[in-house]
Design a protein around this ligand. Structure first.
Ligand code: LLP
Length: 423
């Protein structure tokens, strides 16, 4: 469910036409819907009514301050993986006691930041990390609430590159070594082992693999409790997929919640979740303009002003994004297979090959759908293309939540060395 649709032949985000946004912001531009963000958060939250749950939105999916503030105001926490993400979440008004710090390479400075601000939980991924956290917490006179992220050896996820729960990946501590890790944590100063965490991958369409992972987590939590640990939280991670095209039908948040309740049974813990894509994926589009139509060697290249630097997913994971014309095509207009490409000097700068599209001409606008998660956050300034603007729409209001930097801003942190003598 999202709030993008055609009105009077023009694609709108809520009550605002994407043509109007393109005129105002230029293209490419990301556009997010407040109503969709809110709905996705609330559907998940309501599916857990009656259960103590913290929905720690995975900031990496879309870290725009406007998006974070919207979710924070609804009660969301934040799952973060860097000092920058922690600071963003707090800047957006998400209180430290709803912030989780995950990630395999937490630096000393990042640990200090989390401890200083009193974040809710560190999800620890290795023994050396545990020792470092204990030492720093001791130095600071703080206590660190931790969960170990266990690697449950379960395979899941929409693509090998986004599967994280198998032994070959760098994530988590080995499932079968968990007891020893908790024992060590209980011996170390300033560490409070309070939870068990898991996250097995992303764009997971069916809840079954999650059940397998969650069951392992819950049985570990029960065993630890029996052994005297005060485990008061379990973190089931993120990963539930979203539809990117017609016919894709991921299991619903309702089914997901029902399964979570079943697996938890009577275990009286606070449930934590780390959804990213589920919340923001279908809440955003990327608008782009056709620069050229190039016919060559029997192929039609629709050359867009958006590139792989603006939307990396097709180049990185061969991911599919529907691309819709912003103006509905004339009735009876025939679709023709074209290659949708960008301006970047790389062969992988291709969004789609042989994609049936209605007639397009220079200057037309198109929208990449389901671009709200891992769109803007994965973008770069490759080819010295400034990061694109982002807008957030609510009803008939549209706010620029990140403006495009100027050329001067783009190069502001760079300089030529003094030893260059101009000749
Ligand atoms: N928690 C942890 C520890 C994670 O590593 C991730 C995502 C999430 C939660 C949120 O997962 P989600 O609910 O969004 O599936 N760039 C890729 C996805 C990478 C996911 C990385 N970790 C893509 O565009 O498909």
């Amino acid at each position: 469910m999202n709030h993008f649709g055609y009105r009077n032949g023009v694609l709108h985000c809520e009550d605002v036409s994407l043509e109007a946004i393109a005129r105002e912001l230029g293209t490419p531009a990301y556009v997010y819907s407040d109503a969709t963000l809110t709905r996705h958060y609330q559907v998940l939250a309501e599916a857990f009514t009656g259960r103590d749950v913290l929905i720690a939105y995975a900031v990496k999916a879309n870290s725009n301050i406007g998006v974070l503030a919207t979710l924070g105001a609804l009660g969301a926490g934040a799952d973060t993986v860097s000092g920058g993400e922690m600071l963003r979440a707090m800047e957006a008004g998400i209180p430290a006691n709803r912030i989780v710090f995950s990630g395999v390479a937490k630096t000393e400075d990042e640990m200090r930041l989390g401890l200083e601000r009193g974040i809710y939980q560190f999800n620890v991924e290795s023994m050396p990390e545990l020792h470092r956290l204990s030492r720093i917490a001791q130095e600071m006179g703080k206590r660190a609430p931790i969960a170990f992220r266990v690697n449950p050896h379960v395979e899941a996820g929409g693509h090998a590159h986004i599967s994280t729960g198998t032994p070959e990946t760098k994530f988590g501590i080995a499932w079968h070594e968990a007891d020893a890790f908790y024992d060590e944590a209980s011996r170390l100063p300033n560490i409070d082992p309070v939870g068990v965490a898991v996250h097995i991958g992303s764009q997971i369409m069916r809840v079954e693999p999650l059940r397998e992972a969650w069951e392992k987590v819950v049985s570990l939590a029960r065993r630890l409790r029996d052994r005297g640990f005060s485990i008061s939280r379990v973190d089931f991670g993120g990963g539930l997929g979203v539809p990117y095209k017609d016919g894709e039908d991921p299991d619903s948040p309702m089914l997901y919640a029902r399964q979570a309740r079943e697996v938890l049974g009577n275990l009286d813990v606070r449930l934590m979740l780390e959804p990213g894509r589920l919340i923001t994926g279908n809440a955003g589009v990327l608008i782009s303009r056709v620069e050229y139509i190039k016919e060559r060697d029997g192929r039609t290249f629709v050359i867009l002003d958006a590139g792989m630097n603006d939307l990396m997913r097709p180049a990185l994971y061969n991911a599919h994004h529907d691309v819709l014309p912003v103006r509905t095509p004339a009735l009876g207009a025939e679709r023709r297979a074209v290659d949708l490409v960008g301006p970047i000097c790389e062969s992988t700068d291709r969004f789609a090959k042989d994609r049936p599209m209605p007639p397009l001409k220079e200057g037309d606008l198109v929208a990449f759908m389901t671009a709200g998660a891992y769109g803007a956050t994965l973008s770069s300034q490759y080819n010295s293309r400034p990061l694109v603007a982002e807008a957030l729409v609510r009803g008939d209001a549209c706010v620029v939540v990140r403006r495009r930097p100027t050329f001067e801003e783009m190069i502001a942190l760079e300089r030529a060395p003094d030893w260059i003598v101009s000749g």
